[in-house]
Write a protein of this length. Sequence first.
Length: 308
Amino acid sequence: MKRYRRLLGIASLALALTLTTVSCTPGPAILSQHSALPTTASGQDSGLPTTTPLETPTANQKIPVYWLGHSNESVFLYREFSPVPTTDDPIVASLRIMMADKPQDPDFFSVWNEPSQLGASISAKNVITIDISSDAFAQKVDAGIAERSIAQLVYTATASASMSGLIDPSANIGVSILVDGHTGYNAFGHVLLDKPLTRNTGFVAPVWITEPSNGTVTKALPLNVSGSGMSPTGKLVWILEAMEDGKVSHVAMSGTVEISQGPNELGSFNFVLVPPLGNYQVSVFIEDPSRPGVRVGVDTKVLSISAP
């Protein structure tokens, strides 16, 4: 029960201070957010995932990019895949998208600015070095968003390096961030970049839909919904809601799905649906028995099913 309460507390934590400035590409939620996020989260202390495996190499011609996204009153890390836009090094290509482009899902955002200089290298000791110009840190944000943004860079760099086969996904990977060629920069005025960083598992989304992606239009049924999550019961709740004029109209289907690893462990989930043609929003979340109707850790995707 104590672990359950910690999990629910992280996913719905009340916030306290003020975001002084927002990104040029934030989702709508952050524009009205007048409170600050808690800083460094520990997976072991929070009840959230304590391990986040690296992505595995793939022949898919897409690159991974992590974004920040709102869930309840907190912000977590979520991943999307983007087409390879240039002949850049894959790490640099992923980071350029993260800093200069917009996510596919409007619930996601980033506070990075496009840098004038960006480079990446990998040492024989599995340390990725990112050298970035200081103009990437022009946004003014609170300490919570600053820490999550640095974690966003670490996750994106390590995911891209691993998926492209540049590093061994079973190795312990560090990321060293240089700014204008020097170590020790105070990123966003809150995070001292004086040593190699690893993935901070406390910032990973507690529920995360990886398929379908937001905005998917499909003619193929059944509809496959998959992702990863963690709950105290080992189950998640899903709801498929019909949409009219861009707004949720009514619940079309609902149910539960089991997490592959069982209770209190980060694992995958998968279920299939055969709804009528139309526009939908699919939501997956943790159910809190003490608060009926509250969707804890919710992730949503909007999609359309059209005639073949």
